[in-house]
Design a protein around this ligand. Sequence first.
Ligand code: COA
Length: 149
Amino acid sequence: MRAMTPADVDAVLNIERAVQAYPWSRGNFTDALNHGYMCRVDEMDEEIRGYAILMPVLQEAELLNIGVAVGQQRKGVGRAMLLEMLDVASKKNMLRVFLEVRSANAAALALYRSAGFSEIGVRRGYYQNANGSEDAITMACELTGELNG
Ligand SMILES: CC(C)(COP(=O)(O)OP(=O)(O)OC[C@H]1O[C@@H](n2cnc3c(N)ncnc32)[C@H](O)[C@@H]1OP(=O)(O)O)[C@@H](O)C(=O)NCCC(=O)NCCS
């Protein structure tokens, strides 16, 4: 994994548009870079396989986005990126990481649970979807220095 740069945004956007029903825009990614959020890509053989974005706020952080290219999913890339983000946050002395995930996103929910996240709340009808709306599950991972996975 390495830091995302503006030159990566095209490749990241291509993945994002392929894997998210409601993808981030180019502006969302460039804003994240410009704001100094922790933006990382997983690259192998000069091909970007995934990306993750963490927004620090004082001693807490929020995982804003994580995605893995369709052909690279279920090979451990997502877990490796997530654990790397938790490690970076831990080394910056952050206390916990939050995230929100669609209630129907079974893959992401399983990934987050396996990395030590617990459900702490539900936001009813938070996300738009094809049927109107769906709930957001809010999750948190306490950073104790002992990472799971
Ligand atoms: C969620 C996502 C990032 C997971 O990345 P990945 O590289 O495929 O995940 P990994 O291979 O590291 O899998 C880690 C764990 O996640 C869970 N998981 C991943 N894909 C899964 C699937 N299709 N079904 C059920 N569980 C799944 C499993 O618990 C898995 O552990 P295991 O392989 O030991 O069973 C990927 O599916 C993705 O990009 N999805 C679209 C974007 C998205 O939904 N992002 C999250 C919300 S912003």
